[in-house]
Design a binder for this molecule. Structure first.
Ligand code: FES
Length: 82
């Protein structure tokens, strides 16, 4: 989420600033990256209920911690945020 905001990526609004309290940083993680990004926490899952067109590969991008193994990570943004 922070990388998207700093680089002006459209479609990531992040209204709560990364506090897992808005779901406007919703992204779809590409299938080949799902294992590396892991599963959402229970708190993230609860907040995802407020996201737009949630899918099995939905994540809140503010909850994905960037680390070396995620170099090249591909995510897509939904048509709109809630
Ligand atoms: S920035 Fe609000 S939930 Fe991610």
């Amino acid at each position: 989420m922070e990388s998207a905001i700093k680089n002006g990526v459209p479609g990531v609004e992040a209204e709560c600033g990364g506090a897992c309290a808005c779901a406007t940083c919703h992204v779809y993680v590409e299938e080949e990256w799902r294992a590396q990004t892991g599963e959402p926490s229970p708190m993230e899952e609860d907040m995802l209920d407020f996201g737009y067109e949630i899918k099995p590969n939905s994540r809140l991008s503010c909850q994905i911690k960037v680390r070396e193994e995620l170099d090249g990570l591909v995510v897509r943004t939904p048509e709109r945020q809630t």
